[in-house]
Ligand binder design. Structure first.
Ligand SMILES: C[S@@+](CC[C@H](N)C(=O)[O-])C[C@H]1O[C@@H](n2cnc3c(N)ncnc32)[C@H](O)[C@@H]1O
Length: 325
């Protein structure tokens, strides 16, 4: 019952710069409070809780980050500080406050809280959008393992639909020098993608396209990437997107779907928590293997193989349903 309070304490330590300062060297509570302009008694009590949560430890009266705490420094390559701040936003919290409405009515909690869908909201709230893109990038570190499990060697054009900050496409292009990339995104993520993919854009190997993948996707590519995109959408919208890929792709093309794939019963903790988050935030869901296959089939596609990725993620490799001979 107290998980939300601990998460708030961790995010607060990130927000106040406590973990950044301790990352520079151990400090006692008084010096830390003095340096950061904080209340010594209240800071001491926050640190005591963070100690119990395994984020900091005390040695000889001075505090230092644990390994977990080090990952929560701003600028750490894991991006965990970004994730802590994103999960602590009112944007998420106010939506979660409407969980009961969703369970009662089936309407999305985010819409009940904010009066619009999450991606339209982000276009109107640039600060939240920056946190969202950074947080998604932090939660998307599995993407660097995608070329280890799937060979992009023969690909000529790789289209990443809803590619976020471009981390996955950059990884693919770096490992496949013969390939060109296209990233399709809504405006808030494009600024980060421009930064991440700038070198490939300058080299003429990548286009950044502002677009709506429910209306149109670039044609003729041999690989379409959908990383953590289908779980944001109802079956109807996901089918529309997959059909657009099927109609637009090269004849021997592939659609690569990176998602957490639930087993038929129960499921691992993180995947189930994120499934609940999907029903709070979107019309989507984490789906089972069978659920994905049914969805793909309804769009003229079928799963060719399923590959394991880190962080409970899997890569479904889909191609056109073979025509009966
Ligand atoms: C959950 S994020 C996944 C980002 C990235 N693919 C990853 O795995 O880290 C979903 C992305 O889809 C983008 N998106 C949402 N609706 C879209 C639309 N209609 N057209 C294009 N992109 C869209 C969002 O801006 C967001 O960056």
């Amino acid at each position: 019952m107290t998980g939300a309070w601990v998460a708030r304490a961790v995010a607060t330590a990130v927000e106040l710069g406590v973990l950044d300062r301790l990352g520079e060297g151990p400090a006692d509570t008084a010096a830390l409070a003095d340096g950061l302009g904080l209340h010594p008694d209240r800071l001491g009590r926050l640190l005591r809780l963070l100690g119990a949560a395994g984020v900091v430890r005390e040695r000889d009266g001075r505090h230092e980050p644990t390994d977990v705490g080090s990952h929560l420094r701003r600028g750490h390559p894991s991006g965990m500080a970004d994730l802590a701040l994103l999960y602590d936003t009112d944007m998420f919290g106010d939506a979660w406050a409407h969980l009961a409405d969703t369970v009662r009515t089936g309407r999305t909690a985010f819409g009940e809280a904010h009066g619009t869908d999450v991606f339209s909201y982000l276009e109107q709230h640039p600060d939240d959008a920056a946190l969202y893109t950074a947080g998604m990038a932090a939660g998307g570190r599995f993407s660097t393992a995608v070329p280890d499990v799937y060979d992009f060697g023969g690909a000529r054009t790789v289209v990443d639909l809803g590619g976020g900050d471009g981390e996955l496409l950059a990884t693919v292009l770096a490992g496949a020098p013969g390939a060109r990339g296209v990233l399709v995104e809504r405006p808030p993520a494009l600024a980060a993608a421009r930064e991440r993919l700038g070198a490939f854009v300058d080299a003429g190997r990548c286009d950044l396209v502002e677009g709506d993948f429910l209306r149109e996707v670039p044609g003729g590519a041999d690989v379409y990437l959908l990383s953590r995109v289908l779980h944001n959408w109802s079956d109807g919208d996901a089918r529309r997107l997959l059909r657009l890929c099927r109609e637009s792709m090269a004849p021997d093309g592939r659609v690569l779907v990176a998602e957490r794939v639930l087993p038929d019963r129960d499921g691992p903790w993180l995947s189930l928590v994120l499934d609940a988050h999907m029903m709070v935030m979107t019309t989507g869901a984490e789906r089972t293997e069978r659920g994905y296959e049914e969805l793909l089939r309804s769009a003229g596609l079928t799963t060719r193989e399923i590959l394991d990725l880190p962080l409970e993620m899997r890569l479904l490799v889909a191609g056109p349903v073979p025509s009966p001979s």
